[in-house]
Ligand binder design. Structure first.
Ligand SMILES: O=C(O)CCC(=O)C(=O)O
Ligand SMILES: [Fe+2]
Length: 289
């Protein structure tokens, strides 16, 4: 069965419902041509400078470029996309907060072989999360078209509800084809992998992922975004980066200071053990929610 597609005016709850059931959904045309164009031009120097991966998982014909919040203002818009944040909030039920987990352009070059089929949540040291308990809401924005020939992501629809640590072959999967500007949303539990590129052009996708805030971030945002730049960024983005408590007491600074207040240079003792009000409405969820 093919991956379900939604239009950009779909609701976050609808997208989250499909994600909880299928583990994946495509939203067509969510990114404007303008944001993609700015992203390409901001990132071009980094694309040119990056080497290929060292093994089959990261891909010997694949380039991975991270640090997108620092390197591209357009990427910050994608990170803060309201439909994506709303979907993450709706999917990650019961979470006090979620945060940015990683940002990475994945450029699958001609000649690349299929990436081993995996779950992204295996990054958490293979902890066996309960079936149906999603810890990640992930995106792959198509910067080029994603086709079966050029390495569209391979997915197993519904596999987010399968047992853990299963092994699959590419024949067990289907390609998540979509035009540039569309976004594949998928959960941390979905079995998937990058596709083989049998074309003569590079397939580029922007992987921006979010996780429950009590899990460690794969890309360290406090070091990937220099503090001088962080101080210039808007509060809502900083909270998603991790400058917010991840739950009642997670992530305070010294005398219970709120992390955002500490970044802004507020030296007064805080009340970080209060209700985490600094978490923006877009991603806020009380423990009783
Ligand atoms: O680039 C893709 O299509 C998927 C890559 C992937 O799943 C990964 O690197 O974890
Ligand atoms: Fe993956």
């Amino acid at each position: 069965m093919a991956v379900e597609h939604l239009s950009p005016d779909a609701g976050a709850d609808e997208a989250a419902e499909i994600l909880a059931r299928d583990g994946c959904v495509v939203i067509d045309g969510l990114a404007s041509g303008d944001v993609l164009e700015r992203f390409r031009s901001e990132m071009k120097p980094y694309f040119d400078a990056t080497t290929h991966g060292a093994d089959e998982f990261v891909g010997k014909h694949t380039q991975r470029v991270g640090g997108l919040v620092t390197r591209s203002a357009a990427a910050r818009e994608l990170v803060m996309d309201p439909l994506v944040l709303g979907t993450a909030k709706s999917l990650l039920t019961g979470a006090a907060a979620f945060h940015l987990h990683l940002t990475q352009v994945i450029s699958i070059g001609p000649g690349e072989t299929p990436q081993p089929i995996h779950r992204d949540q295996w990054a958490f040291d293979f902890f066996p999360f309960p079936k149906g308990y999603e810890v990640q809401c992930n995106t792959l924005w198509a910067l080029t078209d994603f086709t079966v020939e050029n390495g569209a992501t391979r997915v197993i629809r519904g596999s987010n509800l399968f047992d853990d640590k299963l092994e699959f072959k590419i024949e067990d999967t289907e390609p998540a084809e979509m035009p540039a500007g569309s976004v594949l949303l998928y959960t941390g539990a979905l079995y998937h992998g990058g596709g083989p590129n049998r074309s003569d052009a590079v397939r580029r996708g922007i992987n921006i992922t979010y996780a429950r805030s009590w899990l460690r971030q794969e890309e360290n945002q406090y070091l990937s975004v220099p503090q001088d730049l962080a101080r210039e960024l808007p509060d809502d983005l900083l909270k998603v980066l991790g400058y917010a408590r991840g739950a009642y007491a997670l992530g305070y600074v010294d005398d219970l200071r709120d992390p955002l207040a500490a970044l802004r240079g507020d030296t007064a003792s805080g009340d970080a053990f209060g209700v985490p009000e600094q978490i923006p409405d877009g991603i806020r969820r009380h423990a009783d929610g």
